[in-house]
Design a protein around this ligand. Structure first.
Ligand SMILES: NC(=O)c1ccc[n+]([C@@H]2O[C@H](COP(=O)([O-])OP(=O)(O)OC[C@H]3O[C@@H](n4cnc5c(N)ncnc54)[C@H](OP(=O)(O)O)[C@@H]3O)[C@@H](O)[C@H]2O)c1
Length: 135
């Protein structure tokens, strides 16, 4: 199986490349495709034709996101959408590692959220003292 890992130079991507040895992995970083740019993402997918695409690329700088929400949205929302669309166009499948911050969480507990759970970004709804920052 061919698996494209977008975000391969990040913390999670690096670990996946280190531990995952049963399939053909294709690492990709922002120099290969900026996920904010649909054409770059499509070229990457069309050029590599993976069976599966693992998306670990994200803008993870929480303080930076507070100061520049437009960029955080461009990478984490629009970028994810760009990848999802390209994945569909080339007939790949997407494994997406999400942010936990879209769910309101007052205590640090393992996520128990399902596909239809209500979203409530804590960084927008609650003062910082109520927020649990991770991932
Ligand atoms: N690490 C954890 O403990 C943890 C826990 C829960 C959830 N997660 C989630 O897992 C995902 C990855 O986390 P991480 O810790 O591996 O993050 P990370 O170390 O910050 O890596 C993120 C990667 O995203 C890439 N990236 C950023 N902007 C990009 C863009 N515009 N186009 C293409 N690539 C871009 C960067 O690629 P380049 O280096 O090539 O520039 C970077 O290597 C995040 O969604 C995070 O919320 C992580």
């Amino acid at each position: 199986m061919r698996v494209l890992i977008i975000g391969a130079r990040g913390m999670l991507g690096t670990d996946l490349l280190k531990e995952w040895d049963t399939d053909e992995l294709i690492p990709a970083g922002s120099r290969d495709a900026d996920i904010r740019v649909p054409e770059q993402v499509h070229s990457l997918l069309a050029g590599t034709r993976p069976d599966w695409t693992v998306l670990t690329a994200a803008y993870t700088d929480v303080d930076g996101s507070e100061g520049n929400p437009e960029n955080a949205f461009a990478v984490n929302a629009s970028g994810t959408e760009n990848v999802a669309r390209a994945v569909k166009e080339v007939g790949s499948r997407l494994f997406f590692v999400p942010l936990v911050l879209v769910f309101q969480r007052k205590f640090f507990v393992p996520p128990r959220h399902g596909q239809n759970s209500q979203l409530s970004p804590i960084s927008w709804d609650l003062p910082p003292s109520h927020a649990t920052w991770r991932g």
